[in-house]
Design a protein around this ligand. Structure first.
Ligand code: APR
Length: 305
């Protein structure tokens, strides 16, 4: 039996709970600080399972006791951006929230794999790791799956092809300096450099880097949640079903890619034990330079914790 807890029943967290219940994860717990809200959303989602004719027990609560013995705990508690803000502007307020949430989570689920979603992501996942005392394989940040989905979406749109045919990967920190790997992006096996001009590729890379801000600006209140929710779900499934799936995630690097002591987005193999392997891709010199810039920025951000 799999049990998944989501802390933060806001836009992103409630989407994850919704997808998890539709995928018939046996027990899904939604926790939030706001009284009544996780309970109300849980009841709504439970009724959706009746429409869908799927079985999933979904519970909303303000009490971490309900999260006891979870296999995976997803942390989405924290403030989202407002238009004009960068993710980094959230560091102080969200660090306070992570400091309140993580000790409660680990008290009841000492064996869980933690997936951190709160922004600024790479700093928050580092903070959660330090607070948890968990092994590095059990604390993972979600960003790369979402950033990669954005990259694939824009390439598919531009070339008028199915998004299913586009393969891509985005490395680095989850910020404006993230590194969409142009040399690893293919459509039906063909490199995009053969299909699009350098100028067009550059334009798409920039749009990916600002993909979150583009949505924040349109929404005016809150940030993206449908794609983030599904991206988290893909990671949750890979872990609880022990899929050994390779996905880009923010993980603690200790020498890989020449990076030491920081959480940075790279492809990893996810299974029951969390991060089971870090995959080192061959990077071009320009990709290495771009990654170094992103790492430098993440290092500065972590220094502010
Ligand atoms: N404990 C539990 N829940 C908390 C706490 C806390 N200490 N502090 C805040 N929350 C809850 C809020 O009550 C709210 O319901 O976190 C939820 C956040 O939901 P939204 O405001 O809808 O934000 P969302 O869009 O879901 O984004 C959450 O993920 O993608 C990132 O940048 C985003 O940091 C943000 C996080």
């Amino acid at each position: 039996m799999a049990k998944v807890t989501i802390v933060g029943a806001g836009n992103v967290g409630s989407q994850v709970a919704f997808y998890a219940s539709l995928k018939e994860i046996e027990e899904v717990v939604l926790i939030d600080i706001v009284e009544g809200m996780p309970q109300g959303k849980a009841l709504d989602i439970l009724q959706a399972t009746a429409v869908s004719r799927v079985n999933s027990k979904i519970i909303g609560s303000n009490d971490y006791l309900m999260s006891k013995n979870s296999d995976v705990v997803v942390v989405t508690a924290g403030l989202p951006r407002k238009p004009g803000m960068s993710r980094d502007d959230l560091i102080e307020v969200n660090a306070r929230i992570i400091k309140a949430v993580v000790p409660e989570v680990i008290k009841y689920s000492p064996e869980a794999v933690l997936i951190i979603v709160t922004n600024p992501l790479d700093a928050m996942v580092k903070l959660a790791y330090d607070l948890s005392g968990f092994s590095k394989s059990k604390v993972i940040g979600m960003a790369g799956v979402l950033d990669t989905a954005r990259f694939r979406t824009f390439i598919a749109q531009e070339l008028n092809v199915s998004v299913k045919e586009v393969e891509a990967v985005v490395l680095g920190g989850h910020g404006d300096l993230m590194v969409p790997l142009v040399n690893h992006c293919t459509v039906n096996g063909k490199p995009i450099s053969e299909l699009l001009s350098g100028e067009k590729i550059e334009e798409i890379v920039n749009r990916v880097r600002n993909g979150g801000a583009e949505i924040v600006k349109l929404l005016k209140t809150g940030s993206a949640f449908f794609a983030p929710g599904l991206a988290i779900m893909e990671m949750v499934e890979a872990i609880i079903k022990d899929e050994k799936k390779v996905l880009p995630c923010s993980v603690l690097l200790e020498g890989e890619y020449g990076i030491d002591g920081l959480f940075i987005g790279v492809p990893v193999k996810l299974g029951k034990r969390g991060v089971e392997e870090i995959i080192e891709l061959e990077l071009s010199n320009s990709e290495k330079e771009a990654l170094a810039k992103s790492v430098e920025h993440t290092q500065e951000l972590v220094g502010k914790l």
